[in-house]
Design a protein around this ligand. Structure first.
Ligand code: KG4
Ligand code: ZN
Length: 344
């Protein structure tokens, strides 16, 4: 390895994925994720089980990343880790590990905001081109839903966010009401592919500006299913494809109406999707159509950079490190972390 290279070891443990990545001069050399299966049988992430699994996974995951990248611990320039937001017990495992290793190796630490990492995952070098500023990003995951306008890497404005459930939660909770296992988002996507999206109508929230709300949809679906099942006990099984297509259509419609409004108001020509829900096939299709309609270039990172991963943490770690934005041992893992205040 050349001595003047910047090599970042990145660690992500904010929810139920234990992840480590090695990034050299902005290029990903290794991106390892251990997804915790234990939560499936509980129908959602169990925080205590998540932190326990992180403790079991963190050392093997970091070792695997180092060995895949063929990098020795001593060659690392800095250690980047997710400071927040997320589950506190989960964040504590990754942040304590990062801090301990930084102390032992006498290396600088870079604290990273998880939501910023989802957005800046678009700037990881891959076969496709990277966005130009101003860049409008819709981040949709199991924990968050946000529309953010970026004028530069660290100059951004949150235009709107969810007031209650995240888009991924809307998918997962709807799936649960249909008796589907966790996480139900990918299953709704699968069933919806053969269903009629206009068969059933669900109400759309009337929320001002760019904010979102999905909790009303969940209640509407619950009432709808209870009503139909009373008349026809096997209603859900018989109509699963149309129900999933209609739910998915409603969620995507809610998401993209606001994105379209922002495209028009801010006159942006580069738009992107981030977060785990960006894997949704219909959302990808619709956002591409929206881009065509408004002559915008659409960016969706490869799937491994959309769901929770450490490559995106490493990317922010690298961008911060080269700008001298170094963290300290005194910074604590934070479950709720103000995105705006964080970088100002
Ligand atoms: O970003 P992510 O991996 O973790 C969080 O930070 O939350 O996102 C996970 C979320 C889950 O809610 C999951 O159901 C949803 O992304 N998801 C999908 C699809 N694939 C993952 N939702 C709809 N359609 C999909 N194909
Ligand atoms: Zn995430």
């Amino acid at each position: 390895m050349k001595n003047d290279s910047i090599i970042i070891l990145a660690i992500e443990s904010s929810c139920d994925d234990t992840a480590a990545a090695i990034i050299k001069d902005g290029k990903i050399l290794a991106n390892i994720v251990a997804t915790q299966q234990i939560h499936e049988k509980y129908g959602g992430v169990v925080p205590e089980l998540a932190s326990r699994a992180h403790q079991q996974n963190i050392v093997p995951v970091v070792n695997e990343a180092l060995s895949l990248a063929q990098v020795e611990l001593q060659e690392i320039t800095a250690i980047a880790y997710t400071q927040g937001p997320g589950l506190l017990g989960s964040l504590l495992v990754g942040s304590s590990f990062a801090k301990g290793l930084a102390l032992a190796l006498n290396k600088p630490l870079v604290n990273v905001h998880h939501m910023q990492a989802h957005i800046l995952a678009h700037f990881i070098e891959s076969e496709s081109s990277i966005p130009q500023f101003p860049f409008l990003c819709l981040t949709v995951s199991g924990g968050h839903t946000q529309i953010v306008l970026l004028n530069d890497y660290f100059d951004f404005e949150i235009l709107g966010e969810t007031l209650d459930d995240a888009a991924g939660e809307a998918f997962d909770k709807s799936a649960k009401l249909l008796g589907l296992p966790y996480p139900g988002g990918p299953l709704i996507d699968k069933y919806a592919q053969h269903g009629n999206p206009h068969k059933y109508k669900f109400p759309k929230p009337q929320i001002a500006n760019y904010d979102y709300s999905f909790s009303g949809l969940k209640t509407a679906i619950l009432n709808f299913i209870n009503r139909e099942v009373q008349m026809q006990p096997d209603f859900v099984e018989k109509n699963i494809e149309d129900i999933c297509a209609s739910i998915q259509f409603t969620i995507i419609n809610i998401l993209l109406n606001k994105l379209e409004k922002a495209i028009l108001q801010y006159q942006v020509k580069h738009i992107g999707l981030a977060g785990g829900v960006a894997a949704n096939s219909e959302l990808r299709k619709q956002v591409n159509l929206l881009g065509k309609k408004h002559n915008c270039k659409v960016y969706i990172p490869p799937f491994e950079y959309c769901t929770d991963n450490a490559a995106m943490i490493g990317m922010v770690g690298y961008l911060k490190f080269v700008r001298g934005k170094i963290g300290s041992q005194a910074q604590a893992a934070t479950a709720r972390m103000d995105f705006d205040l964080y970088h100002k």
